[in-house]
Design a protein around this ligand. Sequence first.
Ligand code: SF4
Length: 425
Amino acid sequence: MNFSDSELIETLLSEQGLGRAAGESEADLILINTCSVRAHAEQRVMGRLRALKKLKDRRPEILLGVCGCMAQRMGEDLLRELPWVDLVVGPDSYRRLPGLVSRAGRDNPVQAAELVLDRAETYHGILPRRRDEVSAWVPITRGCDNFCSYCIVPYVRGRERSLEPEAVERQVALAVEGGAREVVLLGQNVNSYRSGPTGFAGLLRRLESVPGLARVRFLTSHPRDLSDEIVEAMAGCGKVCEHLHLPVQSGSDRVLEAMNRGYTRDYYLDRVRLLRSRVPGLSLTTDILVGFPGETAEDFGRTVSLMKQVCFDYAYTFRYSPRPGTAAAGLEDSVPEQEKKRRLQQVIDLQLAHTRAALDSMVGAEVEAMVVKPARSGQGKYLARTRGHFSVILPAESSQVGRVVRTVVTAHTGMSLVAGAGCDT
Ligand code: SF4
């Protein structure tokens, strides 16, 4: 979402005549777009802002701003704590950024904060400049109404709202006109998308008819809102890729309830069964959070057993850290750090084994992969992605970027597939 918001900010500022600087030392304005989901992310931003003080001492005319969730969470405290920061702008206030920038420049500079959360702001009417030509981020909802007890997002991004389907379709069509072949629909919980009579399933069906669009992906899904209708739309829409990121967080009903996730372990497993029966070849990824307050060894064992039962293709794994202002922050952080680290390592090791098994099973198979960009290894190698979102390293040419090719997997590196040259589908 922050990558997408950064494109939005860049678009708004470019309309004021600002352009991207080659680097920090040449910039007149430096904006840091921030995440508040974990304490570690915020600590890194604070470190970066402290490091930027030296640049600001040398060139006091530079404007330094903080955008995003941490700006919203800390607000004017951030300006007091780091007085060399000029602007603090929350996620619903980006339309005000150009005005703030020109005012701060004129008044040379004066600290300012814009932190109003707006129940209606969807940034309708702004067509973002995109950085990645093959795959375009398209936000369809903003904010979240779920209030998972560990999560700061509803407090810093406000209530959920959806962009009208016509506007989504227009954004998608324009992205395709600009060279994109794939769109990633974004929202904290895309499954609860609703605009008038159109829900998420209807939106997926609507995008099937966009000419030139090859693939549709979406992030993030909430198990509670993954209806049968959405699963049927995934099964029936040829452009929707066979990949779903479905965060489970824990395999223990007791912990899921304390997290306010709104589903049980059995319900989650039922969704997985339905998905796998209706969407053959589906690649399933998840988020796991260990060390939530009160998580016993038995609760943790339930998470491990769920992972073994489902065999996720990939999992983003985290250890709990309290976020001030959330419901869980009022609970005793009862699992010792050492134990959290041990549990985290156990789920990481388990997931590595499951990912490896998934990759092993694909060696020798023919896959459909979209060529995305040159691989870091260079030497004529390109990064491509399967419909299941596995990375594939294959020989290709720049003219093939954006094309979907068929290729045979010859090996894997533990994280990526390796394949021979592809032929066009
Ligand atoms: S669904 Fe839960 S975890 Fe996700 S953004 Fe909303 S409150 Fe946070």
